[in-house]
Design a protein around this ligand. Sequence first.
Ligand SMILES: Cc1cc2nc3c(=O)[nH]c(=O)nc-3n(C[C@H](O)[C@H](O)[C@H](O)COP(=O)(O)OP(=O)(O)OC[C@H]3O[C@@H](n4cnc5c(N)ncnc54)[C@H](O)[C@@H]3O)c2cc1C
Length: 434
Amino acid sequence: MQSLFHRLQAALESNPILFVGYVLLGILLIQGVLLLYLTLRRIYFQHEQQRLSRQRLQLLVKAAAIQCREVEQNKLVWNGFRKFQVAKKVVECHGVSSFYLKPHDGKPLPLFKPGQYVTFQLNIPGSGKPCVRCYSLSDSPHRGDYYRVTIKKEPAPPDRPELKPGLASSYFNDVIKEGDILDVKAPAGNFFLDLGKETPVVLVGGGVGVTPMLSMAHAIAASGSRREAWFFFGARNVNEHIHKDEMLRLAAEHDNIHVHVCYSRPDSKDKKGVDYHHEGRVTVDLFKELLPSNNYEFFLCGNGAFMTSISEGLTAWGVPDKNVYFEAFGPATVKKKTEGHPTEHIAKTKGFEVTFSKSGKKRQWVASNGSILDFALAEGVRIDSGCRAGSCGSCLVAIKSGDVEYVSEPGEKPESGSCLTCICRPKGDIVLDA
Ligand SMILES: Cc1cc2nc3c(=O)[nH]c(=O)nc-3n(C[C@H](O)[C@H](O)[C@H](O)COP(=O)(O)OP(=O)(O)OC[C@H]3O[C@@H](n4cnc5c(N)ncnc54)[C@H](O)[C@@H]3O)c2cc1C
Protein backbone atom coordinates (compact mmCIF):
# COMPACT_ATOMS: atom_id res chain seq x y z
CA MET A 1 0.00 0.00 0.00
CA GLN A 2 2.79 2.30 1.04
CA SER A 3 4.86 1.45 -2.08
CA LEU A 4 1.80 2.22 -4.29
CA PHE A 5 1.46 5.55 -2.55
CA HIS A 6 5.19 6.23 -3.16
CA ARG A 7 4.87 5.28 -6.82
CA LEU A 8 1.89 7.59 -7.25
CA GLN A 9 3.77 10.39 -5.56
CA ALA A 10 6.75 9.77 -7.86
CA ALA A 11 4.51 9.72 -10.96
CA LEU A 12 2.84 12.97 -9.85
CA GLU A 13 6.20 14.64 -9.41
CA SER A 14 7.71 13.33 -12.69
CA ASN A 15 4.68 13.82 -15.01
CA PRO A 16 1.63 15.52 -13.42
CA ILE A 17 -0.37 15.55 -16.72
CA LEU A 18 0.08 11.80 -17.21
CA PHE A 19 -0.91 11.28 -13.58
CA VAL A 20 -4.14 13.28 -13.97
CA GLY A 21 -4.82 11.27 -17.15
CA TYR A 22 -4.45 7.99 -15.22
CA VAL A 23 -6.75 9.26 -12.48
CA LEU A 24 -9.40 10.30 -15.02
CA LEU A 25 -9.05 6.92 -16.76
CA GLY A 26 -9.49 5.18 -13.42
CA ILE A 27 -12.62 7.18 -12.64
CA LEU A 28 -13.99 6.43 -16.11
CA LEU A 29 -13.24 2.74 -15.64
CA ILE A 30 -15.04 2.66 -12.27
CA GLN A 31 -18.02 4.51 -13.76
CA GLY A 32 -18.06 2.09 -16.68
CA VAL A 33 -18.04 -0.95 -14.39
CA LEU A 34 -20.76 0.61 -12.24
CA LEU A 35 -22.86 1.40 -15.30
CA LEU A 36 -22.41 -2.13 -16.60
CA TYR A 37 -23.40 -3.55 -13.20
CA LEU A 38 -26.50 -1.34 -12.98
CA THR A 39 -27.50 -2.16 -16.56
CA LEU A 40 -27.12 -5.89 -15.94
CA ARG A 41 -29.08 -5.55 -12.73
CA ARG A 42 -31.88 -3.65 -14.52
CA ILE A 43 -31.96 -6.26 -17.30
CA TYR A 44 -32.15 -9.02 -14.70
CA PHE A 45 -35.02 -7.35 -12.83
CA GLN A 46 -36.85 -6.56 -16.07
CA HIS A 47 -36.44 -10.19 -17.04
CA GLU A 48 -37.75 -11.37 -13.66
CA GLN A 49 -40.66 -8.93 -13.86
CA GLN A 50 -41.53 -10.18 -17.35
CA ARG A 51 -41.30 -13.78 -16.16
CA LEU A 52 -43.61 -13.10 -13.21
CA SER A 53 -46.05 -11.14 -15.41
CA ARG A 54 -46.03 -14.02 -17.90
CA GLN A 55 -46.65 -16.49 -15.07
CA ARG A 56 -49.49 -14.32 -13.71
CA LEU A 57 -50.97 -14.03 -17.18
CA GLN A 58 -50.74 -17.80 -17.67
CA LEU A 59 -52.59 -18.31 -14.36
CA LEU A 60 -55.23 -15.74 -15.35
CA VAL A 61 -55.65 -17.43 -18.75
CA LYS A 62 -55.91 -20.81 -17.02
CA ALA A 63 -58.49 -19.47 -14.54
CA ALA A 64 -60.44 -17.81 -17.38
CA ALA A 65 -60.34 -21.05 -19.40
CA ILE A 66 -61.63 -22.96 -16.37
CA GLN A 67 -64.39 -20.37 -15.90
CA CYS A 68 -65.35 -20.54 -19.60
CA ARG A 69 -65.41 -24.31 -19.42
CA GLU A 70 -67.54 -24.11 -16.28
CA VAL A 71 -70.04 -21.82 -18.03
CA GLU A 72 -70.18 -24.27 -20.96
CA GLN A 73 -70.40 -27.20 -18.58
CA ASN A 74 -73.19 -25.60 -16.55
CA LYS A 75 -75.36 -25.82 -19.64
CA LEU A 76 -75.00 -29.62 -19.43
CA VAL A 77 -76.06 -29.77 -15.77
CA TRP A 78 -79.51 -31.28 -15.35
CA ASN A 79 -82.24 -30.64 -12.80
CA GLY A 80 -83.75 -33.42 -10.73
CA PHE A 81 -82.92 -37.04 -11.45
CA ARG A 82 -81.48 -38.40 -14.72
CA LYS A 83 -81.32 -42.06 -15.75
CA PHE A 84 -77.87 -43.66 -15.73
CA GLN A 85 -76.95 -47.18 -16.68
CA VAL A 86 -74.39 -49.18 -14.74
CA ALA A 87 -71.87 -49.76 -17.56
CA LYS A 88 -69.40 -51.64 -15.34
CA LYS A 89 -69.28 -52.95 -11.78
CA VAL A 90 -65.87 -53.77 -10.29
CA VAL A 91 -65.27 -55.37 -6.90
CA GLU A 92 -62.34 -53.34 -5.53
CA CYS A 93 -61.78 -55.24 -2.30
CA HIS A 94 -63.83 -56.95 0.38
CA GLY A 95 -67.25 -55.22 0.60
CA VAL A 96 -66.30 -52.36 -1.72
CA SER A 97 -67.39 -52.00 -5.35
CA SER A 98 -67.01 -49.35 -8.03
CA PHE A 99 -69.84 -48.48 -10.40
CA TYR A 100 -69.15 -46.89 -13.79
CA LEU A 101 -72.25 -44.95 -14.77
CA LYS A 102 -73.15 -43.79 -18.27
CA PRO A 103 -76.10 -41.50 -19.05
CA HIS A 104 -78.91 -43.54 -20.50
CA ASP A 105 -79.81 -40.75 -22.95
CA GLY A 106 -76.27 -40.92 -24.39
CA LYS A 107 -75.88 -37.13 -24.14
CA PRO A 108 -72.65 -35.52 -22.84
CA LEU A 109 -71.91 -35.24 -19.16
CA PRO A 110 -70.92 -32.04 -17.38
CA LEU A 111 -67.46 -31.98 -15.83
CA PHE A 112 -67.56 -32.08 -12.06
CA LYS A 113 -65.21 -30.55 -9.55
CA PRO A 114 -62.91 -33.14 -7.94
CA GLY A 115 -64.35 -33.88 -4.50
CA GLN A 116 -68.01 -33.49 -5.47
CA TYR A 117 -70.65 -36.19 -5.07
CA VAL A 118 -73.74 -37.42 -6.90
CA THR A 119 -77.08 -38.19 -5.25
CA PHE A 120 -78.98 -41.41 -5.95
CA GLN A 121 -82.64 -42.10 -5.40
CA LEU A 122 -83.12 -45.84 -4.99
CA ASN A 123 -86.38 -47.72 -4.92
CA ILE A 124 -85.31 -50.61 -2.75
CA PRO A 125 -87.93 -53.38 -2.59
CA GLY A 126 -89.47 -53.60 0.86
CA SER A 127 -88.15 -50.27 2.12
CA GLY A 128 -91.38 -48.32 1.70
CA LYS A 129 -90.15 -44.93 0.54
CA PRO A 130 -87.37 -44.01 -1.92
CA CYS A 131 -83.91 -44.05 -0.33
CA VAL A 132 -81.71 -41.03 -1.13
CA ARG A 133 -77.93 -41.36 -0.68
CA CYS A 134 -74.87 -39.43 -1.84
CA TYR A 135 -71.62 -40.93 -3.11
CA SER A 136 -68.44 -39.04 -4.03
CA LEU A 137 -67.15 -39.31 -7.57
CA SER A 138 -63.95 -41.29 -7.34
CA ASP A 139 -62.37 -40.88 -10.76
CA SER A 140 -60.86 -37.99 -12.71
CA PRO A 141 -63.28 -35.25 -13.74
CA HIS A 142 -61.53 -35.27 -17.11
CA ARG A 143 -63.08 -38.57 -18.12
CA GLY A 144 -65.98 -37.16 -20.04
CA ASP A 145 -68.09 -40.21 -20.81
CA TYR A 146 -68.82 -41.77 -17.42
CA TYR A 147 -69.00 -41.08 -13.70
CA ARG A 148 -67.56 -43.51 -11.20
CA VAL A 149 -68.59 -44.05 -7.58
CA THR A 150 -66.94 -46.45 -5.14
CA ILE A 151 -69.21 -47.77 -2.41
CA LYS A 152 -68.43 -49.63 0.78
CA LYS A 153 -71.08 -51.90 2.27
CA GLU A 154 -71.75 -50.28 5.62
CA PRO A 155 -71.78 -52.95 8.36
CA ALA A 156 -74.01 -52.78 11.42
CA PRO A 157 -72.52 -50.62 14.21
CA PRO A 158 -70.05 -52.69 16.31
CA ASP A 159 -72.17 -52.19 19.46
CA ARG A 160 -75.42 -53.18 17.66
CA PRO A 161 -74.50 -56.30 15.65
CA GLU A 162 -78.17 -57.35 15.62
CA LEU A 163 -78.99 -54.50 13.19
CA LYS A 164 -79.01 -54.93 9.42
CA PRO A 165 -76.07 -53.51 7.48
CA GLY A 166 -76.57 -50.21 5.60
CA LEU A 167 -79.58 -50.19 3.33
CA ALA A 168 -78.29 -48.42 0.20
CA SER A 169 -74.67 -49.58 0.36
CA SER A 170 -75.81 -53.24 0.71
CA TYR A 171 -78.20 -52.79 -2.18
CA PHE A 172 -75.39 -51.41 -4.34
CA ASN A 173 -72.89 -54.11 -3.41
CA ASP A 174 -75.23 -57.12 -3.28
CA VAL A 175 -78.01 -56.39 -5.77
CA ILE A 176 -77.15 -53.77 -8.36
CA LYS A 177 -75.52 -55.25 -11.46
CA GLU A 178 -74.23 -54.14 -14.84
CA GLY A 179 -77.05 -52.93 -17.10
CA ASP A 180 -79.25 -51.69 -14.23
CA ILE A 181 -80.71 -48.19 -14.49
CA LEU A 182 -80.36 -45.71 -11.63
CA ASP A 183 -81.77 -42.24 -10.88
CA VAL A 184 -78.94 -39.79 -10.33
CA LYS A 185 -78.83 -36.06 -9.50
CA ALA A 186 -76.11 -33.87 -11.03
CA PRO A 187 -72.74 -33.56 -9.21
CA ALA A 188 -72.85 -31.14 -6.28
CA GLY A 189 -71.02 -30.21 -3.10
CA ASN A 190 -68.71 -27.52 -1.77
CA PHE A 191 -65.87 -29.85 -0.82
CA PHE A 192 -63.70 -29.71 -3.92
CA LEU A 193 -60.21 -28.90 -5.12
CA ASP A 194 -59.96 -25.60 -6.99
CA LEU A 195 -58.09 -26.48 -10.18
CA GLY A 196 -57.51 -22.79 -10.89
CA LYS A 197 -55.03 -22.66 -7.99
CA GLU A 198 -51.48 -23.98 -7.77
CA THR A 199 -51.31 -24.09 -3.94
CA PRO A 200 -49.60 -27.25 -2.67
CA VAL A 201 -52.09 -29.67 -1.15
CA VAL A 202 -52.25 -32.54 1.30
CA LEU A 203 -55.02 -35.05 0.56
CA VAL A 204 -55.90 -37.29 3.48
CA GLY A 205 -58.31 -40.20 3.10
CA GLY A 206 -59.24 -42.83 5.66
CA GLY A 207 -60.97 -46.01 4.43
CA VAL A 208 -63.69 -45.28 1.89
CA GLY A 209 -63.07 -41.57 2.59
CA VAL A 210 -60.35 -41.95 -0.02
CA THR A 211 -62.89 -41.52 -2.86
CA PRO A 212 -62.90 -37.70 -3.15
CA MET A 213 -59.11 -37.63 -2.59
CA LEU A 214 -58.51 -40.03 -5.43
CA SER A 215 -60.56 -37.83 -7.72
CA MET A 216 -58.52 -34.78 -6.63
CA ALA A 217 -55.20 -36.58 -7.21
CA HIS A 218 -56.39 -37.77 -10.64
CA ALA A 219 -57.48 -34.22 -11.49
CA ILE A 220 -54.03 -32.81 -10.66
CA ALA A 221 -52.37 -35.56 -12.71
CA ALA A 222 -54.69 -35.15 -15.71
CA SER A 223 -54.40 -31.36 -15.77
CA GLY A 224 -50.65 -31.67 -16.39
CA SER A 225 -50.07 -29.24 -13.52
CA ARG A 226 -46.85 -29.39 -11.49
CA ARG A 227 -48.87 -28.70 -8.34
CA GLU A 228 -47.32 -30.42 -5.34
CA ALA A 229 -49.67 -33.01 -3.82
CA TRP A 230 -49.16 -35.31 -0.86
CA PHE A 231 -51.69 -38.12 -0.73
CA PHE A 232 -52.04 -39.97 2.60
CA PHE A 233 -54.27 -43.01 2.82
CA GLY A 234 -55.08 -45.05 5.90
CA ALA A 235 -56.52 -48.58 5.99
CA ARG A 236 -56.24 -51.61 8.22
CA ASN A 237 -54.37 -53.77 5.70
CA VAL A 238 -54.24 -54.77 2.04
CA ASN A 239 -57.75 -56.27 2.22
CA GLU A 240 -59.13 -52.76 2.80
CA HIS A 241 -56.77 -50.97 0.42
CA ILE A 242 -59.29 -49.44 -1.98
CA HIS A 243 -57.97 -48.62 -5.48
CA LYS A 244 -54.48 -49.75 -4.49
CA ASP A 245 -53.01 -50.14 -7.98
CA GLU A 246 -54.52 -46.89 -9.20
CA MET A 247 -53.14 -44.98 -6.24
CA LEU A 248 -49.63 -46.40 -6.55
CA ARG A 249 -49.65 -45.82 -10.34
CA LEU A 250 -50.47 -42.15 -9.79
CA ALA A 251 -47.37 -41.79 -7.65
CA ALA A 252 -45.17 -43.76 -10.03
CA GLU A 253 -46.19 -41.70 -13.06
CA HIS A 254 -46.21 -38.21 -11.51
CA ASP A 255 -43.25 -36.99 -9.48
CA ASN A 256 -45.28 -34.12 -8.00
CA ILE A 257 -47.75 -36.59 -6.42
CA HIS A 258 -46.35 -38.26 -3.29
CA VAL A 259 -48.43 -41.20 -2.09
CA HIS A 260 -48.04 -42.52 1.47
CA VAL A 261 -50.08 -45.53 2.54
CA CYS A 262 -50.45 -46.38 6.24
CA TYR A 263 -51.69 -49.79 7.41
CA SER A 264 -52.77 -49.82 11.05
CA ARG A 265 -52.83 -53.63 11.25
CA PRO A 266 -50.80 -55.06 8.37
CA ASP A 267 -51.24 -58.74 7.59
CA SER A 268 -48.22 -61.01 7.63
CA LYS A 269 -48.41 -61.17 3.81
CA ASP A 270 -48.56 -57.36 3.38
CA LYS A 271 -45.25 -56.07 2.07
CA LYS A 272 -43.86 -52.82 3.44
CA GLY A 273 -42.50 -50.70 0.59
CA VAL A 274 -44.73 -52.53 -1.89
CA ASP A 275 -48.29 -52.55 -0.51
CA TYR A 276 -47.81 -49.81 2.08
CA HIS A 277 -45.21 -47.36 3.39
CA HIS A 278 -45.89 -46.86 7.10
CA GLU A 279 -47.17 -49.10 9.88
CA GLY A 280 -49.75 -47.29 12.03
CA ARG A 281 -52.42 -44.68 11.42
CA VAL A 282 -52.19 -41.49 9.40
CA THR A 283 -51.16 -38.84 11.93
CA VAL A 284 -50.08 -35.23 11.97
CA ASP A 285 -46.72 -36.45 13.35
CA LEU A 286 -46.22 -38.25 10.04
CA PHE A 287 -46.95 -35.01 8.18
CA LYS A 288 -44.39 -33.23 10.36
CA GLU A 289 -41.86 -35.91 9.52
CA LEU A 290 -42.42 -35.82 5.76
CA LEU A 291 -43.64 -32.36 4.77
CA PRO A 292 -41.13 -29.53 4.51
CA SER A 293 -43.57 -27.15 6.29
CA ASN A 294 -47.23 -26.80 7.32
CA ASN A 295 -47.88 -24.35 4.50
CA TYR A 296 -50.38 -26.50 2.58
CA GLU A 297 -54.11 -26.72 1.98
CA PHE A 298 -55.37 -29.87 3.73
CA PHE A 299 -58.33 -31.91 2.47
CA LEU A 300 -59.64 -34.56 4.88
CA CYS A 301 -62.22 -37.29 4.52
CA GLY A 302 -62.70 -40.31 6.72
CA ASN A 303 -64.58 -41.51 9.76
CA GLY A 304 -65.28 -39.32 12.78
CA ALA A 305 -62.32 -40.31 14.98
CA PHE A 306 -59.90 -40.03 12.04
CA MET A 307 -61.00 -36.53 11.10
CA THR A 308 -61.18 -35.25 14.67
CA SER A 309 -57.66 -36.41 15.50
CA ILE A 310 -56.18 -35.00 12.30
CA SER A 311 -58.00 -31.67 12.36
CA GLU A 312 -57.08 -31.15 16.04
CA GLY A 313 -53.46 -32.07 15.29
CA LEU A 314 -53.36 -29.61 12.40
CA THR A 315 -54.68 -26.82 14.62
CA ALA A 316 -52.02 -27.63 17.23
CA TRP A 317 -49.39 -27.55 14.43
CA GLY A 318 -50.46 -24.00 13.60
CA VAL A 319 -52.35 -24.71 10.37
CA PRO A 320 -55.03 -22.00 10.05
CA ASP A 321 -58.64 -23.28 9.91
CA LYS A 322 -59.09 -21.63 6.52
CA ASN A 323 -56.54 -24.07 5.06
CA VAL A 324 -58.36 -27.19 6.28
CA TYR A 325 -61.32 -28.57 4.33
CA PHE A 326 -63.23 -31.68 5.33
CA GLU A 327 -66.06 -33.90 4.19
CA ALA A 328 -68.01 -36.11 6.57
CA PHE A 329 -69.66 -39.22 5.15
CA GLY A 330 -71.35 -39.92 8.44
CA PRO A 331 -72.15 -37.89 11.57
CA ALA A 332 -69.88 -34.83 11.46
CA THR A 333 -67.57 -34.96 14.45
CA VAL A 334 -65.52 -32.02 13.20
CA LYS A 335 -67.87 -29.25 14.21
CA LYS A 336 -68.69 -26.44 11.84
CA LYS A 337 -67.77 -22.98 13.06
CA THR A 338 -70.80 -21.19 14.52
CA GLU A 339 -69.22 -18.13 16.15
CA GLY A 340 -71.27 -15.03 15.47
CA HIS A 341 -74.66 -16.73 15.74
CA PRO A 342 -77.02 -14.65 17.90
CA THR A 343 -77.80 -17.53 20.26
CA GLU A 344 -74.18 -18.71 20.52
CA HIS A 345 -73.70 -17.87 24.20
CA ILE A 346 -76.83 -19.74 25.41
CA ALA A 347 -76.18 -22.55 22.92
CA LYS A 348 -72.70 -23.10 24.34
CA THR A 349 -73.67 -22.96 27.99
CA LYS A 350 -77.23 -23.92 28.90
CA GLY A 351 -78.46 -25.04 25.49
CA PHE A 352 -82.05 -25.76 24.47
CA GLU A 353 -84.56 -28.53 25.04
CA VAL A 354 -85.24 -30.63 21.94
CA THR A 355 -88.28 -32.89 21.91
CA PHE A 356 -88.43 -35.69 19.33
CA SER A 357 -92.18 -36.26 19.44
CA LYS A 358 -92.40 -39.52 17.42
CA SER A 359 -89.58 -41.14 19.37
CA GLY A 360 -90.90 -39.80 22.68
CA LYS A 361 -87.47 -38.40 23.61
CA LYS A 362 -86.73 -35.06 25.26
CA ARG A 363 -83.05 -34.06 25.44
CA GLN A 364 -80.94 -31.00 26.25
CA TRP A 365 -78.96 -29.84 23.21
CA VAL A 366 -75.80 -27.71 23.51
CA ALA A 367 -73.68 -26.22 20.70
CA SER A 368 -71.05 -28.94 20.95
CA ASN A 369 -73.73 -31.50 19.89
CA GLY A 370 -73.61 -30.04 16.38
CA SER A 371 -76.51 -30.14 13.95
CA ILE A 372 -79.96 -31.44 14.89
CA LEU A 373 -79.26 -34.48 12.68
CA ASP A 374 -76.00 -35.32 14.51
CA PHE A 375 -77.74 -34.77 17.86
CA ALA A 376 -80.70 -36.98 16.89
CA LEU A 377 -78.44 -39.81 15.68
CA ALA A 378 -76.33 -39.59 18.84
CA GLU A 379 -79.53 -39.84 20.91
CA GLY A 380 -80.72 -42.86 18.95
CA VAL A 381 -83.40 -40.99 17.01
CA ARG A 382 -83.29 -42.15 13.42
CA ILE A 383 -83.55 -39.36 10.83
CA ASP A 384 -82.78 -40.15 7.20
CA SER A 385 -79.85 -38.31 5.65
CA GLY A 386 -78.05 -38.02 2.33
CA CYS A 387 -75.63 -35.23 1.45
CA ARG A 388 -75.24 -33.66 4.92
CA ALA A 389 -74.84 -30.35 3.16
CA GLY A 390 -78.44 -29.19 2.95
CA SER A 391 -78.98 -29.95 -0.70
CA CYS A 392 -80.55 -33.40 -1.12
CA GLY A 393 -83.53 -32.86 1.20
CA SER A 394 -83.50 -36.36 2.76
CA CYS A 395 -83.15 -35.09 6.34
CA LEU A 396 -86.18 -32.76 6.14
CA VAL A 397 -88.20 -32.87 9.37
CA ALA A 398 -91.37 -30.99 10.36
CA ILE A 399 -91.10 -28.50 13.23
CA LYS A 400 -94.10 -28.75 15.58
CA SER A 401 -93.07 -25.75 17.64
CA GLY A 402 -89.98 -23.56 17.98
CA ASP A 403 -87.48 -22.41 15.41
CA VAL A 404 -84.04 -23.27 13.97
CA GLU A 405 -81.04 -21.39 12.63
CA TYR A 406 -78.90 -22.57 9.73
CA VAL A 407 -75.18 -23.16 10.15
CA SER A 408 -74.69 -23.01 6.38
CA GLU A 409 -76.89 -21.91 3.50
CA PRO A 410 -79.37 -24.58 2.38
CA GLY A 411 -79.39 -25.41 -1.35
CA GLU A 412 -83.12 -24.71 -1.40
CA LYS A 413 -84.78 -23.12 1.61
CA PRO A 414 -87.38 -25.56 2.98
CA GLU A 415 -90.98 -24.43 3.49
CA SER A 416 -91.59 -22.79 6.85
CA GLY A 417 -92.64 -25.40 9.37
CA SER A 418 -89.87 -27.85 8.42
CA CYS A 419 -86.08 -27.86 8.55
CA LEU A 420 -83.06 -29.52 6.96
CA THR A 421 -81.70 -31.12 10.11
CA CYS A 422 -78.19 -31.76 8.74
CA ILE A 423 -77.30 -28.06 8.62
CA CYS A 424 -79.42 -26.44 11.32
CA ARG A 425 -79.55 -26.21 15.08
CA PRO A 426 -82.20 -25.11 17.55
CA LYS A 427 -82.73 -21.41 18.15
CA GLY A 428 -84.64 -22.08 21.38
CA ASP A 429 -86.63 -24.96 22.83
CA ILE A 430 -88.08 -26.95 19.96
CA VAL A 431 -90.42 -29.87 19.20
CA LEU A 432 -89.64 -31.93 16.10
CA ASP A 433 -91.73 -34.55 14.32
CA ALA A 434 -89.05 -37.23 14.51
C1 LIG B 1 -71.17 -36.16 0.62
C2 LIG B 1 -71.12 -37.64 0.88
C3 LIG B 1 -70.31 -38.45 0.09
C4 LIG B 1 -70.25 -39.82 0.34
N1 LIG B 1 -69.44 -40.61 -0.43
C5 LIG B 1 -69.35 -41.92 -0.18
C6 LIG B 1 -68.49 -42.76 -0.98
O1 LIG B 1 -67.80 -42.29 -1.88
N2 LIG B 1 -68.48 -44.09 -0.70
C7 LIG B 1 -69.22 -44.64 0.33
O2 LIG B 1 -69.17 -45.86 0.51
N3 LIG B 1 -70.00 -43.85 1.10
C8 LIG B 1 -70.11 -42.54 0.87
N4 LIG B 1 -70.95 -41.75 1.62
C9 LIG B 1 -71.81 -42.39 2.66
C10 LIG B 1 -73.14 -42.81 2.02
O3 LIG B 1 -73.85 -41.70 1.57
C11 LIG B 1 -74.05 -43.56 2.99
O4 LIG B 1 -74.23 -42.77 4.14
C12 LIG B 1 -73.48 -44.92 3.39
O5 LIG B 1 -73.34 -45.73 2.24
C13 LIG B 1 -74.46 -45.60 4.37
O6 LIG B 1 -75.72 -45.64 3.79
P1 LIG B 1 -76.64 -46.93 3.91
O7 LIG B 1 -77.98 -46.63 3.35
O8 LIG B 1 -75.93 -48.11 3.37
O9 LIG B 1 -76.73 -47.12 5.47
P2 LIG B 1 -77.98 -46.78 6.41
O10 LIG B 1 -79.12 -47.67 6.13
O11 LIG B 1 -78.23 -45.31 6.38
O12 LIG B 1 -77.36 -47.20 7.82
C14 LIG B 1 -76.21 -46.57 8.32
C15 LIG B 1 -75.78 -47.31 9.56
O13 LIG B 1 -76.84 -47.29 10.50
C16 LIG B 1 -77.09 -48.63 10.97
N5 LIG B 1 -78.51 -48.74 11.32
C17 LIG B 1 -79.49 -49.33 10.62
N6 LIG B 1 -80.65 -49.26 11.29
C18 LIG B 1 -80.40 -48.58 12.44
C19 LIG B 1 -81.16 -48.18 13.56
N7 LIG B 1 -82.46 -48.44 13.65
N8 LIG B 1 -80.55 -47.51 14.57
C20 LIG B 1 -79.22 -47.24 14.52
N9 LIG B 1 -78.44 -47.60 13.47
C21 LIG B 1 -79.01 -48.25 12.45
C22 LIG B 1 -76.67 -49.52 9.84
O14 LIG B 1 -76.33 -50.82 10.30
C23 LIG B 1 -75.44 -48.78 9.35
O15 LIG B 1 -74.32 -49.09 10.13
C24 LIG B 1 -71.01 -40.38 1.39
C25 LIG B 1 -71.81 -39.55 2.18
C26 LIG B 1 -71.87 -38.20 1.93
C27 LIG B 1 -72.72 -37.33 2.80
